[in-house]
Design a protein around this ligand. Structure first.
Ligand SMILES: [Mg+2]
Length: 226
């Protein structure tokens, strides 16, 4: 049995800045402050922690109500931004072929472990026709602390499939140091993919169990994940 928990941004796809633009639009709509999230390194962060920092920096209350209000606004504008043409809006190289191969394998279960909220995860995936590929996962709604997300994904896996995995059956696939660090405390296998914001030399010091330049070498990817 293998449980593959994929990160979204920079691992499966790039939104061409749609996520950032939608966050900026939601923030300006609610608080009147432009470009709040521009120029920050948000890769690997959870969306809840990104919003919390922004609200606190500006002296606005951060609580359940303000978070829900921001999420609703973000979910409203995100599909519009995803419809905008953008140079960097695409699936990451090899993703389509990899997912097709993996979904055909017995004993391989595909899920998500992402800093996106659940609704925006599936909005982003739907823009690329991938929203039906990942029937369970853990999201920023569960915790704003990324390493705390894994148990949520596993609980949902167990509820859905009634199987109990060992830690080394669980693979966390992502493009940032945060993805690697989120596997370690749980004894899960980390698979770093250096196809987006971080290069192999940037990811190697965090000691992932495996490192791939991208998914274009399907055989190499399947030797680890298949
Ligand atoms: Mg990522």
């Amino acid at each position: 049995m293998k449980i593959l928990l994929f990160d979204i941004d920079g691992t499966l796809l790039l939104t061409g800045g749609a996520g950032l633009r939608a966050m900026n639009r939601a923030f300006v709509h609610l608080y009147g402050i432009e470009e709040k999230f521009s120029g920050k390194n948000l890769a690997g962060r959870t969306d809840t922690s990104i919003f919390r920092d922004a609200a606190e920096e500006c002296g606005f209350p951060y609580d359940a109500d303000s978070l829900e209000e921001f999420k609703e606004e973000y979910f409203t504008v995100l599909p519009e931004e995803l419809n905008q043409p953008a140079r960097d809006k695409r699936l990451m190289p090899g993703v389509q072929e990899l997912l097709t191969a993996l979904t055909a394998r017995d004993g391989v279960y595909l899920g998500l472990l992402t800093g996106n909220w659940q609704r925006s995860s599936y909005i982003k995936l739907a823009a690329f026709g991938l929203d039906h590929v990942f029937p369970f996962g853990a999201f920023s709604d569960d915790s704003e602390i990324r390493p705390d997300l894994l148990p949520y994904a596993i609980r949902r896996f167990q509820l859905k499939y009634d199987r109990k995995p060992e830690p080394r059956d669980i693979f966390i696939i992502g493009d940032t140091p945060s993805d690697i660090q989120c596997a370690k405390p749980h004894g899960a296998v980390s698979v770093a993919v250096a196809a987006a914001h971080y290069k192999e030399k940037d990811l190697r010091p965090f000691q992932p169990d495996h490192i791939l330049a991208d998914f274009t070498d399907l055989d190499a990817a399947l030797r680890i994940l298949g």
